[in-house]
Design a binder for this molecule. Structure first.
Ligand code: ADE
Length: 245
């Protein structure tokens, strides 16, 4: 799985991929990341990547020619997915991350300034991606988020594939709570069930806690969702306990 990042700030990526799980994945050759300076694809002596917007208004707009040239140069075949990072894009989440992980190559175009010439979104990118409803100063932090989240779905990147499947959002609900030593810290005790050795019981407790957390923090995730009978039963139990307390 290969990522090609097209940016006017290639130096921003120097340290982010030099540690942690992504670094290990790079060392093992499970993922490959190439960062390209958009200015290298300009043809004028000033290496100009932006220009004033037609129709007036403030600010500068990224020109289409260098971006089209950069994508033409790095795209390796029809299976590649070309993505423009922008606040107008499709909301990025686990389903899109998993979908992109199935591609041999993902090209990420980082937007900048007040905008990117619309022909990039309309005629070059296969996908426009937003990582949230806020405007970043550029697409670079969003590209880091996408590379990280997509890489976790690439086989072998996360130690136990199990943990990717159990993560928050993997099943459309939040993760259950985790505890480690000490058993008691500042008077705060680890739930007794985790010492029971009864894995069935622990599994049910975790599922219930995951549902409880989701109901509390992200009830939107439970709306319009087909729940398994056991989940429905656990949710009823949670709601009854809430009524009683
Ligand atoms: N560029 C600026 N804001 C962004 C966002 N929210 N997501 C992706 N790219 C962006």
């Amino acid at each position: 799985m290969r990522f090609d990042i097209i940016t006017i700030f290639p130096e921003m990526f120097a340290s982010v991929f030099s540690g942690g799980i992504i670094k290990k994945a790079l060392d093992k050759g499970l993922v490959e990341i190439a960062v390209h300076d958009l200015r290298d694809f300009t043809r004028d002596k000033h290496r100009q990547v932006d220009d004033r917007p037609f129709g007036g208004l403030e600010g500068m707009v990224l020109k289409p020619e260098p971006i089209f040239a950069a994508v033409d140069a790095v795209r390796r075949g029809p299976e590649a997915r070309v993505c423009l990072l922008s606040p107008q894009g499709r909301p990025f989440g686990a389903p899109l991350a998993e979908e992109l992980a199935g591609r041999p190559q993902v090209v990420l175009i980082c937007g900048r300034y007040e905008g990117v010439d619309e022909r990039v979104a309309g005629h070059l990118a296969d996908e426009e991606i937003s990582i949230g409803d806020y405007v970043l100063t550029g697409g670079e932090p969003a590209a880091v988020v996408v590379v990280d989240a997509v890489s976790r779905f690439v086989g072998g990147v996360v130690g136990k594939e199990e943990s990717v499947r159990h993560d928050s959002f993997a099943e459309g609900i939040l993760d259950f709570p985790h505890y480690t030593r000490p058993r008691e810290f500042r008077g705060l005790r680890v739930p007794q069930v985790l010492f029971s050795g009864d894995h069935g019981k622990i599994g049910r407790w975790r599922r219930k806690k995951a549902l409880e957390k989701t109901l509390e923090k992200r009830p939107d995730l439970l709306k319009d969702r087909e729940l398994a009978p056991e989940d429905r039963r656990l949710l009823e139990e949670i709601q009854n306990e809430r009524k009683d307390s």
